[in-house]
Ligand binder design. Structure first.
Ligand code: IMP
Length: 197
């Protein structure tokens, strides 16, 4: 499919930067919701898929343009999968450093030695008069004991993906996309929607 304009149902700059970079080779011009004067859609669902569909469908209806929503989060096994869908709201005022400090303290207080965690990403792609499509990706890893690395966004400085000895905070955007939850979900979206395999 030739997709020249795509609205991303988010104003999270970290996500937008990664998404722009992943779609650039396909000639897709990416706009954040805010750039087109579209509202932030409140996440009222309890699953990544529910929220992704809600955001993509709502903005597609309002803009009449193809819309892609990315709902994602960090699930920590010793915390029963939290913060999960509430990852953005877990950090007070979206202050990621505070959020990471809180998460490290909560994990310590849990008394568990289990530091395993995963990032999950669900993409919902909505177009006018077409059924919405959903793609997901996941990356497993561990929560490190302290923050490391200037790169990425959100919880990247405390997440070390399996098979690596550095956190996502120390990855370049291109290297992160090779293994990340978002990169894996986008790989499926690109194959099915953009190159039509
Ligand atoms: P939402 O999808 O807008 O609800 O926000 C997802 C939240 O999960 C982000 O604000 C981050 O806190 C976290 N998150 C999602 N993906 C990543 C990632 O790739 N790195 C670090 N944090 C992430």
């Amino acid at each position: 499919m030739i997709l020249d304009k795509l609205v991303i149902a988010s104003n999270n700059q970290g996500k937008i930067v990664e998404i722009r970079q992943m779609l650039e080779p396909y000639g897709v011009e990416v706009f954040s919701a805010g750039e087109l004067g579209l509202p932030d859609v409140e996440e009222t669902e309890t699953t990544f898929e529910g929220n992704a569909r809600l955001k993509a469908d709502t903005l597609c209806r309002l803009s009449k343009l193809p819309c892609l929503a990315d709902d994602s989060g960090l699930c920590v096994n010793a915390l029963g999968g939290r913060p999960g869908v509430y990852s953005a709201r877990y950090a007070p005022d979206r202050n990621w450093v505070k959020g990471m400090e809180m998460l490290l303290a909560e994990l310590k207080a849990s008394g568990s030695d289990d530091r395993t965690a995963y990032f999950e990403c669900v993409l919902a792609f909505a177009m006018p008069n077409v059924d919405t499509k959903v793609f997901s990706g996941r990356v497993d890893g561990v929560i490190t004991k302290k923050m490391s690395g200037p790169g990425g966004f959100g919880y990247d400085p405390i997440f070390q993906p399996d098979g690596f000895d550095k956190t996502f905070g120390n990855f370049t955007a291109a290297d992160k996309a090779e293994v990340s939850h978002r990169g894996r979900a986008f790989e499926k979206f690109i194959k099915e929607v953009l190159v039509g395999e």
